[in-house]
Design a protein. Structure first.
Ligand code: TRH
Length: 379
């Protein structure tokens, strides 16, 4: 139960690159406000990136958006009070002027990146003294078991997903909304794949494999800056393009709202995802997915990948097939046979992915766990 002394929350977000930082922070801010009744300010440094996710956001110094106050964080930002709970994200650091306003009783938590590695439970919840201010800073690690900080998941998400997947007209509305009328009008037997990855993934090879394959496939790629410059012989891809080659139809979608992106994941048979937030959304979609972790030096990202695959799929029969395709996707070493093998086992992979996701749904969600964690610190 929330204490009155922890009603005001400030979240600090630095957009390093891409959309994951703001994607995660925005979800957390929204949930804290809508599901827990908290007063939330989100300080963020690159409003132009935020605008990709939050339609209609302006460059104003302060603006309300869906119940949350969004504050432009730059050298001009005026800080006049600190919150009861201060959430630093991904070790972005807090501004000196803000630190000066914080009290000994302020709760300061750094919410870090998600990883399934074995060290996470051990480090989750630790604290240290900040060298300049002597304030205590807690380290909060999201994760895949009860000894970690959990995963972001809205309280009604699974109910909404199931309703969407069970109601054909909801799916039709979605395809119509994003101008894919083929799927809005006729039931299609195409295998549907959503594709969101980094530029170093073997995207071109994969699309060629699909084009030459036996099954009719539709691929949906939301447009973003990581799309390869040359795809299927086209160098000028644009939103709205539909390219046909062999058994493949490739649709270039606009960058979707977070809600529509969920709808896409819920509608497809296989989802290629990346980074942090789309990865978690693919898990909640309960459909087969292929995750590409964000590149890190010394192949640290491959350690993250293997830790996740071992923990999530560990003992399932298709574990080797799933792992081989993941490794190939993340090391730019795709062979047609890896995909064909995956496709042969698709229904088995679908079944076990759904089952593993259901298991994770039993775990408390990150926002609720974070609140409980902070309440506990004040008792
Ligand atoms: O954009 P990303 O690569 O973000 C990454 C990771 O978070 C990584 O860990 C971090 O270090 C790096 O940024 C700086 O991938 P991610 O995490 O999946 O974030 C994408 C967000 O964009 C997510 O909230 C889903 C959302 N999205 C849409 O809203 N519409 C879309 O069409 C697509 C494709 C994504």
């Amino acid at each position: 139960m929330m204490t009155n002394s922890q009603k005001n929350w400030d979240i600090f977000c630095k957009v390093v690159d891409n959309f994951g930082d703001i994607g995660v922070c925005w979800r957390l801010a929204k949930q804290l406000h809508h599901e827990h009744g908290l007063v939330v300010r989100l300080f963020v440094d690159h409003l132009s990136v935020v605008a990709k996710l939050l339609t209609g956001i302006s460059d104003e110094a302060e603006q309300g958006y869906d119940g949350v106050t969004i504050v432009r964080w730059d050298s001009q930002t005026l800080f006049n009070h600190s919150a009861d709970v201060v959430v630093e994200t991904f070790a972005c650091g807090l501004p000196t002027a803000y630190l000066a306003l914080m009290q000994v009783q302020s709760v300061w938590v750094n919410v870090d990146y998600l990883s399934a590695e074995a060290w996470v439970p051990e480090f989750h919840g630790r604290n240290g003294k900040h060298h300049d201010t002597n304030l205590t800073r807690y380290f909060y690690f999201p994760g895949f078991n009860e000894k970690t900080g959990g995963l972001l998941r809205e309280q009604d998400l699974i109910k909404r997903r199931d309703a969407f997947q069970n109601l054909a007209f909801r799916q039709r509305d979605f395809w119509q909304q994003i101008n894919i009328h083929q799927f809005a009008q006729v039931a299609s037997d195409d295998l549907k794949i959503s594709l969101f990855s980094y530029a170093d993934a073997p995207i071109s090879t994969f699309l060629q494999v699909l084009a030459k394959g036996e099954r009719q496939v539709s691929v949906f790629m939301p447009f973003h800056q990581h799309l390869p410059h040359d795809l299927l012989g086209r160098q000028d891809l644009a939103v709205g393009d539909c390219i046909k080659l062999g058994h493949l139809t490739l649709f270039i979608l606009p960058f979707l709202s977070q809600q529509n992106y969920d709808f896409l994941l819920w509608s497809c048979d296989v989802n290629f995802v990346r980074g942090e937030d789309s990865w978690v959304r693919a898990i909640w979609a309960g459909k087969p997915f292929v995750w590409q972790p964000y590149w890190q030096e010394d192949n640290t990202h491959l350690l993250k990948l293997n830790a996740f695959l071992d923990g999530f799929y560990g003992d399932v029969d298709a574990a080797k097939t799933i792992s081989t395709l993941h490794q190939a996707w993340s090391t730019n070493a795709l062979e047609p046979v890896y995909w064909l093998d995956y496709l042969t086992k698709l229904s088995e992979i679908g079944h076990c992915t759904h089952q593993r996701a259901n298991r994770l749904i039993q775990q408390d969600d990150l926002a609720s766990s974070l609140i409980a964690f902070c309440v506990n610190l004040s008792n």
